[in-house]
Design a protein around this ligand. Structure first.
Ligand SMILES: Nc1nc2c(ncn2[C@@H]2O[C@@H]3COP(=O)(O)O[C@H]4[C@@H](O)[C@H](n5cnc6c(=O)[nH]c(N)nc65)O[C@@H]4COP(=O)(O)O[C@H]3[C@H]2O)c(=O)[nH]1
Length: 496
């Protein structure tokens, strides 16, 4: 039995070392790629690594010793980088009790180098064996506890963390093994194992049994991690942590509001809002996007009924995830919501990003059905992805949204600034309505207006806001009937 506990301690030390080495790998990759600007690409890379490398829960970046961004986006929370509690020979630091920016329940172990810190839940380091009564742990040389799988007697912990040991006292069997800088240990309560059946199991369990137990545990552990991001998001959806904000869409001619784009946010228990760019890609990857689309449809159509009480000409655009555009699955859901809240279809615009058009035939089917039901369909973020003019020609679209990246280039000597006249020309040629996104300056509005763009949204007018605020905003700024909005489609809603 003592031999088995020594094995368990060794396996625990191995798990700990593997975790640190995987964190090291992530740090090596991110440092060789020289990310340091907290740009969307930098954040996307951190997120990708945290999904790809199983042991990692989160990656964060400190600039000048202050938390600057995480896999969930930029942050301005005043969190300072702490000096490591231990430094490995390669200069990588290990810091205990670091606050996670998103995961609930407890502090994390940070493995850090040059500003980047990989965060790992301490439980992962001792999440080794299933169905055992042993308590497993890892401590730093000097006795500071890094991770513990259960609870343990403090006096015994002091013995175990002071150096390698194998033995028993009145209540426990125990063993600890040392590695450079760290000690791992396993403790079993006498009472739990002294019953004959259990004792036999512990004494007779062959090493092969231990190995297969470890294999089973490893597989379970890996899949648990893969599921943890997914399950955080899934439970957020279930627990009503998603909220909808609305960004006004304006007539550029009159500066009045014609409608809004519905944008999802993930509200954390402490009130922070995680932006959709941080979790929509995860939702797409893990098959949760349908739940988000359904949530948005339900909430937005209900909210629209309130907005329509003020004015019958308002419309709201909903983003539809790529896989939903491919399948068309959401159309009956939308239909039912419209019937339930007595809202006419033309008041709901649908926005699909270019990713949704990868299977052009499937997308065409969905768009055709949506338009037949009375919705306007827009291509979002045009020019940033895979689309080409020929794809645009093939799809029966109503509107094109010009991505903020192109609007930003207006008046600048940027490589992208030559693109915007082409996009506008192309949209006009195909008789598509144009909505410009991310308008921040009067200069941009002037340019767009002169170029014949009728609709736009951006912080120059207003940021996305909760329902109560958009209702106020709309009440004070509403446009005349169909101001700048494609008339044909909305005429049908007039009698709604
Ligand atoms: N810096 C700056 N930003 C501005 C300005 N005006 C608008 N924006 C931001 O630009 C984004 C416009 O939405 P999008 O292109 O549809 O891009 C959306 C959309 O593709 C996706 N998304 C949002 N809600 C949903 C949803 O319910 N379902 C799906 N599938 N995707 C969603 O997430 C993307 C990002 O949404 P947000 O973070 O809310 O970011 C929004 C909006 O807050 C401006 O003047 N300056």
């Amino acid at each position: 039995m003592l031999l088995d506990l020594s094995e368990y301690a060794k396996i625990t030390l191995g798990r700990f070392n593997d975790t640190i080495s995987q964190a090291n790998t992530a740090l090596g990759i991110i440092s060789s790629e020289q990310w340091d600007d907290c740009s969307p690409a930098h954040i996307g890379r951190m997120r990708q690594l945290s999904v790809d490398i199983m042991t990692i829960d989160e990656i964060v970046y400190y600039r000048n010793g202050r938390l600057s961004c995480t896999i969930w986006g930029n942050t301005n929370r005043a969190i300072l980088e702490r000096a490591p509690d231990h430094t490995l020979p390669n200069g990588v630091g290990i810091t205990l009790n670091v606050e996670s920016t998103v995961s609930r329940g407890g502090s994390m172990v940070a493995v850090s180098h040059r500003g980047h810190a990989v965060l790992v839940k301490p439980q992962r380091m001792v999440d080794v064996l299933l169905d055992t009564h042993a308590t497993l742990g890892v401590a730093m040389d000097g006795g500071r506890l890094v991770a513990l799988s259960g609870s343990a007697d403090p006096e015994l912990l002091a013995v175990l963390t002071s150096g390698p040991a194998v033995g028993a006292d009145a209540r426990h069997f125990y063993a600890s093994v040392g590695g450079p800088g760290f000690i791992a240990f396993a403790i079993a309560e006498r009472s739990a194992i002294e019953g004959r059946w259990r004792e036999e199991l512990w004494l007779l369990l062959p090493l092969g049994g231990v190995v297969s137990l470890v294999l089973v545990a490893t597989v379970a552990w890996f899949s648990r991690h893969r599921l943890s991001l997914r399950s955080e998001l899934a439970s957020a959806i279930r627990n009503g942590e998603l909220v909808v904000h609305y960004q006004p869409i304006m007539s550029l001619g009159t500066g009045r509001c014609v409608g809004a784009e519905a944008l999802v946010r993930w509200q954390q228990p402490d009130g922070r809002m995680i932006p959709p760019d941080s979790f929509i890609p995860i939702a797409e990857e893990f098959g949760l996007i349908a739940d988000i689309t359904d949530f948005m449809i339900d909430r937005v159509v209900r909210d629209l009924a309130d907005m329509l009480a003020i004015d019958r000409s308002v419309y709201v655009a909903i983003n539809i995830g790529a896989s939903d555009i491919g399948s068309g699955r959401f159309l009956p859901v939308l239909d039912r919501a419209l019937a339930r809240w007595n809202v006419a279809a033309p008041h709901v615009w649908l926005e699909a990003t270019e990713r949704g058009f990868v299977d052009a035939d499937a997308a065409r089917k969905t768009i055709t059905a949506a338009r037949a039901a009375g919705h306007l369909v827009a291509i979002d973020d045009f020019g940033t992805g895979y689309s080409s003019l020929s794809l645009l020609e093939k799809l029966p679209l109503d509107a094109l949204k010009i991505d903020k990246a192109f609007v930003d280039s207006i008046g600048k000597d940027a490589a992208t600034s030559i693109v915007i006249p082409h996009i506008i020309g192309m949209a006009k040629e195909l008789s598509l309505a144009i909505v410009a996104e991310g308008i921040e300056t009067e200069e941009q509005v002037d340019y767009l207006r002169k170029a014949g763009v009728k609709l736009g949204q951006g912080w120059l007018y207003a940021k996305a806001m909760p329902l109560g605020d958009i209702i106020d905003y709309y009440g004070h700024n509403k446009a005349g009937p169909w101001d700048g909005v494609p008339v044909d489609a909305l005429d049908q809603a007039d009698g709604a």
